[in-house]
Design a protein around this ligand. Structure first.
Ligand SMILES: [Zn+2]
Length: 142
């Protein structure tokens, strides 16, 4: 995990529906919502599968993904990110199939080598007074 240097950024808000997700995130583990009836992964809030309406359960995700698309943010949408621009926002295809959009934290801020298909790994940024925030970083070369 990476520790945030400031906590002026908006942070996740825990609720009973996300307790298990954030408990796992505090241990550096990514959980995904999964439908055991139709094998669909869901990355949006909700207790029921958007495909078949069966109950969803939390399962461990690999955290592995590949860049599907990305954009470089030059204007902070929140004052907490003003010191970070430019930064890269990535939508990546998770190894389990769904798309997930997160910030890429190990970009060089300008001329990084990010491209479609770049392998990524989910990581978490710790905050002193809030639950961890999931982010992407480039996967280590094997
Ligand atoms: Zn389903």
């Amino acid at each position: 995990m990476t520790t945030s240097d400031t906590c002026s950024k908006p942070t996740p808000v825990r609720d009973p529906e996300t307790d298990e997700f954030f408990d796992a995130a505090r241990r550096g583990r990514l959980l995904l919502r999964y439908c055991r009836h139709c094998s669909h992964y869901a990355l949006r809030p909700g207790k029921h599968c958007p495909e078949c309406l069966s109950p969803l359960t939390w399962v461990s995700g690999s955290g592995l993904a590949q860049v599907w698309t990305w954009t470089r943010i030059h204007h902070a949408a929140h004052p907490g990110f003003a010191a970070d621009v430019p930064y890269v926002l990535v939508t990546a295809r998770m190894a389990e199939g769904p798309l997930l959009t997160l910030r890429l934290i190990d970009d060089d801020g300008g001329n990084g080598d990010i491209e479609v298909g770049t392998p990524l790994q989910v990581d978490f940024i710790e905050h002193p007074d809030a639950d961890p925030t999931p982010v992407f970083r480039r996967a280590a070369d094997d």
